[in-house]
Design a protein around this ligand. Structure first.
Ligand SMILES: Nc1nc2c(c(=O)[nH]1)N[C@H]1C(S)=C(S)[C@@H](COP(=O)(O)OP(=O)(O)OC[C@H]3O[C@@H](n4cnc5c(=O)[nH]c(N)nc54)[C@H](O)[C@@H]3O)O[C@H]1N2
Ligand SMILES: Nc1nc2c(c(=O)[nH]1)N[C@H]1C(S)=C(S)[C@@H](COP(=O)(O)OP(=O)(O)OC[C@H]3O[C@@H](n4cnc5c(=O)[nH]c(N)nc54)[C@H](O)[C@@H]3O)O[C@H]1N2
Ligand code: SF4
Ligand SMILES: [Mo]
Length: 703
């Protein structure tokens, strides 16, 4: 007789905000469906979430720890026990620490995941300044801009806890309704807010779905968001559309700003962005006069030569219009009480910044970018290749596939060959894992217990382990054990991960099992907290003129910088490479480089795509579905052309993170279509070190 049970949990096939029902029959997960009673996602489920069991039971999952048995990259492996793997790892890391110093060990993770914070905590406790990842071009620039400007990252009030949802929704460089979820926002919830809004403004060079019904679709030239934002500020200031009560009472630096943006007219921005000055004016008026309004910003803001500056402009727009922390505006969530370890974005103790005493060695990037929260990746990899300023010996890569998700891909490959001891924790063998010495099998979300706290802030969600495949283990459990083996007990006072979970919940008066019954703990939302509490900045005000920025040597009023490789900044190059290349708009069915081996996801997305305007394609003799070569001064890759009149004729948009698991080890065909091969040294954002992945130059040819 079948025994079917339904377990409430929280999906983590992306940034994990959807509560789901996991259907288990005879001990096997058979289906995942949306949870209609969930306050975070109200039944929403995307194709990735639905494909969770396919990933869980995929025949190519890593089942056991593997130790390299042949030459590096030869794909010869031997199965080892967890105990042997961790003993070897502890021995090697300890030897590096004693013989060379902790800085000779590098730690890395990719995008935000359940163990975010634990990896940097491990690096800090070990004593290395060399922690790298993708933070410089994903989310952190917006977070730091928010932290410095008003103390916390504002989030669109799509749930309407205060009795109403936004009248005006601005979608800025974000396609969350298309991709499913990002940064803790559920696409389904943003869609409901869009449906209910009086006015919609979309800022995107591609005609995404919300642009089809938008009151204003600003199809700007890629990479020029900073100019558009400054011009919108200019209009709001010049036309007296400012919320004086908020600005006078709760901000500093308005007068300086008004002076500063005087020259940032819509006409000026029109030249930069390619938009009509009147369209910029009209959109600014709509935003300023349709209140409350929110700005759902996205990853496009992060990948430019002035991401911090642009993020600051977008924060200032919210402040000038009095939209901060009001019902239906951009709000500062209140975290649940009694949950000890809050999101890293609310609690800097999580990553263990306090654990690394001053005076340790410099990171290999020499701290070149004042607001880069990790070791700048191009410098990180290059230091391994050149040995300058020193060559790290060992590295632990947890949940990242840098060969395809990072620029300077060939240099990364070289670096991975030069490292003496590399550990990769992943679900699958990847091109990156192929170059490791030790590969550790990681547990997927269905194999994890968790108090989910990374992005959502206003709540924590229960995730309950319902399956176990092979010997896959929760990454945090592995970090705990490695920390204990290395004597890092001060940073990890809990005996194991389970004890940690109970500790997190202790003040809430429940243990982990009881929490799973409840499923969610929420904060008590209060609006306009600034009236009684001020903002979390040194002045207690919203800092239009940013004191902390000045202290870091960064412009205290927002500026626009033209990206380094555009028709405007590099006309000579543009003569040879006439098309503007934006990359990495996320794909609904895949999470970055993941899912290529999951058949039901791959069937919907069989090939890497580059979107091309039909006129441009016609001029180049390219038909829909043709394989084309995308070429930059750095390299060339091949993708399939998708004709789409929703991009401007001069713009092409290419997917990122492609590899072909079906082509087999050790390379899995990653050098054919990975768009990051196209990017090398460039002028980085001087504040954060971000890379202009949304505005480069290329040319196309039919294969
Ligand atoms: N050109 C260009 N490049 C980009 C972008 C772009 O827009 N354009 N986007 C950038 C952005 S925003 C990001 S965040 C990065 C993403 O970069 P990455 O984080 O490196 O990308 P992923 O492919 O999601 O993850 C890599 C590996 O993590 C494994 N994994 C997933 N979950 C877990 C887990 O829980 N534990 C462990 N141990 N492994 C896990 C997956 O199987 C996969 O092999 O890419 C960046 N790269
Ligand atoms: N399905 C799925 N969901 C995901 C991910 C995934 O890989 N797949 N990744 C997750 C991660 S780590 C992240 S960071 C988020 C990112 O998700 P989002 O924040 O939505 O960002 P993207 O999808 O990278 O890009 C959003 C939009 O930016 C537009 N764009 C391109 N260039 C420019 C430009 O110069 N200016 C402006 N204004 N817009 C531009 C693109 O056309 C695209 O529609 O998604 C998360 N969710
Ligand atoms: S949007 Fe993300 S969290 Fe929600 S179902 Fe899809 S993959 Fe899961
Ligand atoms: Mo990201």
């Amino acid at each position: 007789m079948d025994e079917t049970s339904v377990v409430r949990s929280a999906c983590r096939m992306c940034h994990g905000v959807c509560q789901v029902l996991v259907h288990v029959r005879d001990g096997r997960v058979v289906k995942v469906t949306g949870d209609p009673d969930s306050p975070t996602s109200r039944g929403y489920l995307c194709p990735k979430g639905a494909a969770s069991p396919d990933l869980l039971y995929h025949p190519e999952r890593l089942l056991y720890p593997l130790r390299r048995a042949g030459a590096r990259g030869e794909n010869r492996w031997e199965r080892v026990s967890w105990d042997d793997a961790l003993s070897e790892m502890a021995e090697r890391l300890d030897a590096v620490r004693r013989q060379n110093g902790p800085e000779y060990f590098g730690m890395m993770q990719g995008t935000g995941r359940p163990y975010t914070g634990f990896t940097s905590r491990f690096g800090n406790a070990f004593g290395t300044p060399n922690f790298t990842g993708v933070a410089h071009l994903c989310y952190f620039p917006r977070w730091i801009a928010s932290l410095y400007t008003l103390g916390q990252l504002p989030i669109c009030d799509v749930y309407g806890f205060g009795g109403r949802t936004p009248a005006c929704v601005v979608i800025w460089g974000c396609n969350v309704t298309g991709t499913g979820a990002s940064d803790g926002m559920c696409g389904g919830m943003v869609q409901s807010a869009l449906d209910a809004a009086e006015k919609v403004i979309v800022v995107d060079p591609r005609r995404i779905r919300p642009a089809e019904r938008a009151d204003h679709w600003l199809q700007l030239r890629p990479g020029t968001d900073g100019a558009l934002a400054l011009a919108m500020i200019n209009v709001i200031v010049e036309e007296g559309l400012v919320d004086r009560e908020f600005v006078d009472g709760y901000t500093v630096g308005y007068e300086e700003l008004a002076e500063h943006v005087r020259s940032c007219t819509p006409e000026w921005a029109s030249d930069v962005t390619g938009l009509a000055a009147d369209d910029i004016r009209a959109a600014a008026r709509t935003y300023a006069t349709t209140r409350p309004g929110c700005i759902q910003w996205g990853n496009a803001v992060d990948m430019s030569s002035c991401n911090y500056q642009t993020a600051r402009s977008l924060l200032i727009l919210r402040a000038l219009t009095g939209n901060l922390d009001v019902p239906g505006g951009d709000v500062l969530w209140v975290a649940p009480e009694g949950v000890r370890q809050r999101s890293l974005f609310m609690n800097l103790e999580v990553p263990g910044l306090h654990l690394r005493p001053g005076g340790t060695a410099d990171a290999v990037d020499g701290g070149r970018f004042p607001l880069c929260t990790s070791t700048h990746p191009p410098a990180f990899w290059r230091s391994i290749v050149t040995g300058d300023p020193y060559r790290m010996k060992a590295m632990w890569i947890m949940g990242s596939n840098p060969l395809v998700t990072m620029t300077h891909s060939l240099e990364i490959e070289q670096a991975l060959r030069l490292l003496e001891f590399t550990v990769v924790s992943d679900f699958f063998m990847t091109p990156t894992a192929q170059l490791a010495d030790l590969v550790l099998p990681a547990a997927t979300w269905l194999e994890q217990d968790d108090v989910v706290n990374l992005h959502k802030i206003w709540c924590v969600l229960a995730r309950k382990k319902v399956a176990q495949v092979g010997e896959a283990r929760d990454d945090r459990e592995v970090i705990f054990e490695m920390a204990h083996r290395l004597g890092l007990d001060e940073a990890y006072p809990w005996s194991d991960y389970r004890e940690y979970l109970d500790w997190v919940l202790e003040d809430a008066g429940m243990d982990f099992e009881q929490f799973c019954e409840v499923g969610i703990l929420t904060g008590k939302m209060r609006y306009r907290k600034y009236v009684t509490e001020g903002f979390g900045t040194p002045s207690g005000k919203f800092e239009i003129l940013s004191g902390l920025s000045s202290q870091m040597g960064v412009e205290p009023l927002p500026v626009y910088r033209e990206p380094p490789m555009t028709p405007a900044s590099a006309p000579g190059l543009a003569a040879e490479y006439p098309l503007i290349l934006t990359t990495g708009a996320k794909i609904r069915g895949f999470f970055h480089s993941e899912g290529r081996q999951v058949e039901r996801l791959r069937r919907a997305n069989p090939d890497p795509l580059v979107e091309v305007h039909p006129d441009t394609a016609a001029a180049l003799g390219i038909a829909d579905g043709d394989w084309v070569r995308i070429e930059t001064p750095q390299a060339a890759v091949t993708m399939k052309a998708r004709l789409f009149d929703g991009v401007a004729p001069q713009v092409v948009s290419a997917q990122h993170a492609w590899w072909y698991p079906e082509e087999g080890p050790p390379e899995y065909g990653w050098k054919k279509s990975s768009v990051n091969l196209l990017f090398g040294d460039t002028e980085y954002d001087p504040d954060t070190g971000s890379e202009p992945l949304r505005s480069s130059l290329c040319r196309l040819a039919r294969l």
